[in-house]
Design a protein around this ligand. Structure first.
Ligand code: MN
Ligand code: ZN
Length: 500
């Protein structure tokens, strides 16, 4: 969609939208419009239901004295609580309303309510970001139009005092929206379209933004000894890949880059420990951690962030066949330790241990954050409200918890404790990849395993299982892939960039 920051609305704009904080005072642009339509807006504000809470909408149809066919009042809630994330979700609420009304173009008059910390330019930029996030769609497989599937919005004009300032302020939120869209696209793609090699092909497009893209094939990984990752890919006709992205928006420093590692299981059937049919229906999304890493790298490059960041994604398909790895197989990991592998459906951690060790040993990063749709156990513990966070480093953990709160991608810290390590002892190899009883604290045992492969680097593990799809529309996205954690990681990097 086309988003423009302008100083005046077009004379024939069919849909005008206004902002109102919960004091319901009209700003200067809204007041002028109210006069032009004989006080219709003021009268409408008498509507007992409408409190201008965040995202709340009141629609005025065909106001007299105006060319516009409708005026949409968008509530922003309390000015004190209007953070960038609230602004994004209000923008999303506006988009949802316009889509429901089948309006494809709108003009938003950005009155800046008193008491709002974001300045006018940033408020406009964040609202526009929210509109884009909600307007996202994945429709490339539809061949027919349907009445109940509205066309996407095509244009939004935002009327502001200084269009150039708003344009500048929008660079970062626009880059974030692009990153989220990219991650959602990857996660929504069906597994016959998206598999390790085609995932790599999508990543190669990022070279145009100045990202260095490498992909290790199975021979190169074998030479490095990445046998845990390779084991998972053995059953598939689609060979595994290790994707390595480097973005140098700042000169590589002594402290090392910020590193992000994603689980990229393009389809998880469970392998020989095959899942039941309906447990497989969402398993195209088992690469959502990798998608988040891709979305982050894209957002950083799009906005020319001044950081050195590395993204690594372990790409495999976990399939049953005559060549699959088997429960009780033992292989040597890249780190040199042998691992006994039991439940082939606990494949994510096997992919991650080699990807983590590769990242830690090659780049010596100042921190590593990995993301994975890893365990049912974390969903059982935290449900849809929080994702799980494990960390060896308290300040990194605190930082991520705070950022998650700010972007509304929230995490709860779970235990990393050496007593879990004892359950990973194998009778026949150096280690085994899950506890005897994998129903008991599986998320914590997975984290305890991963911890042993980060080469002592400050590290956080984000178990985002269950966060990859939203079952129904919400203010910042339609049903389907969420692009979860792109906003989190981008904000984390931005705070590091500005030294906060
Ligand atoms: Mn699995
Ligand atoms: Zn999996």
């Amino acid at each position: 969609m086309k988003i423009a920051f302008v100083s005046k609305p077009a004379a024939d704009a069919p849909v005008l939208a206004l902002l109102l904080a919960d004091d319901r005072k009209l700003g200067t642009r809204a007041a002028a419009l109210d006069r032009a339509c004989g006080g219709a807006i003021t009268r409408a504000l008498g509507s007992p239901r409408f409190k201008a809470k965040k995202g709340e909408i009141l629609d005025l149809i065909a106001p007299t004295g105006l060319k516009a066919r409708r005026i949409v009042l968008l509530g922003l809630g309390s000015p004190k609580e209007l953070t960038f994330q609230v602004a994004r979700s209000c923008g999303g609420a506006l988009a949802a309303h316009l889509l429901a009304e089948r309006e494809v173009k709108a003009t938003l008059l950005v009155d800046h309510p008193t008491g709002v910390k974001l300045d006018e330019a940033h408020l406009a930029a964040e609202l526009a970001c929210g509109v884009r996030l909600r307007n996202y769609r994945f429709d490339r497989f539809f061949t027919e139009k349907k009445e109940d599937r509205p066309d996407p919005l095509t244009g939004l004009d935002l009327v502001v005092s200084q269009p150039a300032a708003a344009e500048k302020a929008s660079k970062r939120p626009a880059a974030i929206a692009t990153g989220v869209e990219f991650a959602r696209d990857l996660t929504n793609e069906p597994p016959n379209e998206l598999y390790p090699e085609s995932f790599v092909a999508r990543a190669k497009a990022l070279t145009a933004l100045g990202i260095k893209v490498e992909a290790l094939d199975e021979r190169q990984m074998a030479r490095l000894g990445m046998n845990a990752l390779l084991s998972v890919g053995k059953g598939s006709a689609r060979p595994p890949r290790l994707l390595v992205l480097q973005y140098e928006g700042a000169r590589p420093g002594k402290a090392g880059p910020l590193a992000f590692v994603g689980k990229g299981v393009c389809f998880d059937s469970g392998g020989l420990c095959l899942k039941r049919g309906n447990a497989m229906f969402d398993m195209k999304g088992d690469m959502a951690g990798g998608a988040a890493v891709m979305g982050l790298m894209r957002a950083l490059a799009e906005r020319k962030a001044k950081v050195h960041a590395v993204g690594v994604v372990g790409l495999v398909e976990n399939m049953p066949s005559g060549t699959s790895f088997k429960p009780s197989d033992i292989v040597k990991t890249m780190a040199g330790r042998t691992i006994e592998m039991l439940d082939t459906d606990a494949e994510g951690r096997l992919v991650l241990i080699d990807a983590l060790y590769y990242t830690a040993s090659r780049f010596k990063p100042r921190s590593i954050i990995d993301l994975a749709t890893l365990t049912y156990s974390v969903q059982a513990a935290l449900g849809t409200v929080f994702a799980g966070l494990f960390a060896t480093d308290d300040s990194l953990a605190q930082e991520l918890l705070a950022v998650g709160q700010a972007v509304n991608e929230r995490f709860w810290r779970l235990p990393l404790d050496k007593d879990y390590d004892t359950h990973l002892e194998s009778k026949i190899a150096d280690i085994k990849h899950h506890a005897e009883d994998s129903e008991s604290a599986d998320a914590a045992h997975a984290a305890a395993l991963l911890k042993q492969f980060v080469d002592g680097r400050p590290w956080a593990h984000l178990d985002i299982a269950g966060k990859e799809f939203r079952p129904k529309d919400d203010p910042i996205g339609p049903a389907g892939a969420t692009g979860f954690a792109v906003q989190l990681l981008e904000e984390f990097v931005a705070r590091r960039e500005s030294g906060n």
